[in-house]
Write a new protein. Structure first.
Length: 389
C-alpha cells in the first residue's frame, strides 16, 4: 500500500472523498467545509462509525511544546512512540509533527514498526489528536471528516490554558492531505466527548458539551440537535459529568465506552480516588442503567475498576488512571497499565472478555497519563469506507 500522503492524493480508492463522486458530498472541493446539514451522501446519512469498525489507519500527533510538558516532554514522546509501535502491529499509523520536529519523530517512531509509521509535517501543539483531529463519518461508498471547531477545550484565560492555534487548524489540513470532504460541525467540541455504538446512539457528558466555554448560548437540546446533524446520530444519552475539574470538563472517553451496540464499559474509580470522581461514576451508572439506545435496547453495563491510587502515588493529581481510555485497533485493544499489578490484571481480564476476538495489549503510559489523558485521547481512527450499495 502506498502510504505517502502526496501520492495518495492522486489515488482514487480507499483514502477518502477522492474515492467517490463529489456529487455524493456536495459541489465543494473535498477540502472545503460543508455545513453540518450536508452530512448526507448519495447512499444515505453519513454516520459516525463504531471504533471497532475496520480502520485504514490510525492518526497520532507528536508532542510539540516544552512549554506544555516541561521536563516531562521526553517521557511523553517515548510513550507516544511506544503506542504508535503497538498499533502499527495491527494497522498503519500516521503521526503529525511540526516541520522542525519531523526528523526526531521519524527517528523515534521508525524502527520496528510492522505496518509502518509515517510522520507527516502538519503543525500541531500537543498530542491529543482525538480532540483536535477530525471525527470521521461514513455511509456506503462515502466518507467525510467532521471538524468540531477545537478551541483548546474552552480554557483560554484559565490555569489550564495552553497554545492551540496549530491544533485547531490540524483537522482541516489533515483532511486536505487525504482529500476527505470536511464537514464543519454546528457545535464546538472534541472527539473525546463523542462516543458512539455505530448504530445511531451517542454517549456524551453535559459538562463538556453544554458548557459556555464551548457553546455559549446553546441549550442542551440545541447542542444535541447539532451533534445529531453533524454525526448522523439518532439518540444522545447524556450523563452529567463534572465541569471545571480537569482540562476536558470530563470527557466521556475516560468514563464510558461502547463495546458493541447495547453494551457499555463504565470506569469505576479505584481505592483512594477523589470523592468527586466517585460521585461522577455513580451518577453515570444510574444514567446508563436507566437508558435505552436508538434501537430501544436497555444497556448492559460492565464496570472496569481503576487502580488503587495509593499504589500509584507520586504521579500527580492530574494523572489519568482510567483503563477505560483504551483504543481499539484492527483486531487489538491497546490499553494502559498503571503499575498496580492486581488492578492491571483485572482490567486485562475484563477487556479480554469484552473483546473476545481481539488481542489485548497493555502499555505503561505514565508520561501521557500525567497530562490528564490516555491512549484513546492520543489516537484517532480513519475508518474504511463501507462498500457501496
Amino acid at each position: 500500500m502506498d502510504m505517502n500522503p502526496r501520492t495518495s492524493r492522486r489515488r482514487m480508492l480507499q483514502f477518502g472523498a477522492a474515492a467517490l463522486p463529489l456529487a455524493a458530498l456536495g459541489s465543494a472541493l473535498p477540502w472545503q467545509a460543508q455545513p453540518a446539514s450536508a452530512a448526507q451522501s448519495g447512499s444515505g446519512t453519513l454516520r459516525m462509525p463504531a471504533e471497532t469498525d475496520r480502520h485504514i489507519r490510525t492518526y497520532m500527533a507528536w508532542p510539540a511544546l516544552s512549554s506544555v510538558w516541561g521536563d516531562g516532554l521526553a517521557a511523553v514522546r517515548r510513550d507516544i512512540a511506544e503506542v504508535a509501535h503497538a498499533i502499527s502491529r495491527y494497522e498503519p499509523v500516521v503521526v503529525l509533527a511540526r516541520p522542525g520536529q519531523v526528523a526526531d519523530a521519524r527517528y523515534a517512531c521508525g524502527p520496528g514498526a510492522y505496518h509502518g509509521i509515517q510522520v507527516i509535517d502538519i503543525p500541531n501543539d500537543d498530542l491529543w489528536i482525538r480532540d483536535f483531529g477530525p471525527t470521521f463519518v461514513v455511509a456506503p461508498g462515502a466518507i467525510a471528516g467532521v471538524d468540531t471547531n477545537f478551541n483548546g477545550w474552552g480554557k483560554a484565560g484559565t490555569s489550564y490554558a495552553q497554545p492551540f492555534a496549530d491544533d485547531a487548524a490540524a483537522a482541516r489540513t489533515l483532511l486536505a492531505e487525504y482529500e476527505v470532504n470536511r464537514i464543519r460541525a454546528g457545535f464546538v467540541g472534541e472527539g473525546g466527548s463523542l462516543e458512539t455504538d455505530g448504530e445511531g446512539t451517542l454517549l456524551a457528558t453535559v459538562s463538556s458539551m453544554v458548557n459556555a466555554n464551548r457553546n455559549p448560548g446553546m441549550s442542551q437540546a440545541q447542542v444535541e440537535q447539532a451533534m445529531k446533524a453533524a454525526l448522523g446520530i439518532d439518540k444522545v444519552i447524556w450523563v452529567p459529568g463534572l465541569a471545571g475539574q480537569d482540562i476536558t470538563d470530563c470527557h466521556i472517553d475516560c468514563l464510558a465506552r461502547f463495546v458493541a451496540p447495547g453494551r457499555v464499559i463504565l470506569d469505576r474509580p479505584g481505592p483512594g480516588a477523589d470523592k468527586k470522581w466517585v460521585a461522577v461514576y455513580e451518577e453515570t451508572a444510574r444514567a446508563l442503567r436507566s437508558a435505552t439506545d436508538a434501537q430501544g435496547r436497555r444497556l448492559a453495563v460492565t464496570e472496569l475498576p481503576g487502580p488503587d491510587r495509593r499504589e500509584i502515588r507520586g504521579r500527580g493529581e492530574e494523572f489519568l488512571s482510567s483503563y477505560t481510555n483504551y483504543y481499539t485497533a484492527n483486531g487489538a485493544v491497546i490499553a494502559p497499565q498503571f503499575g498496580d499489578a492486581y488492578a492491571d490484571g483485572v482490567a486485562y481480564a475484563i477487556l479480554r472478555d469484552a473483546y473476545p476476538s481481539y488481542r489485548v495489549e497493555q502499555l505503561p503510559i505514565d508520561g501521557i497519563a500525567s497530562g490528564g489523558g490516555g491512549i484513546h485521547c492520543a489516537t484517532q481512527s480513519h475508518p474504511a469506507v463501507p462498500p457501496a450499495l
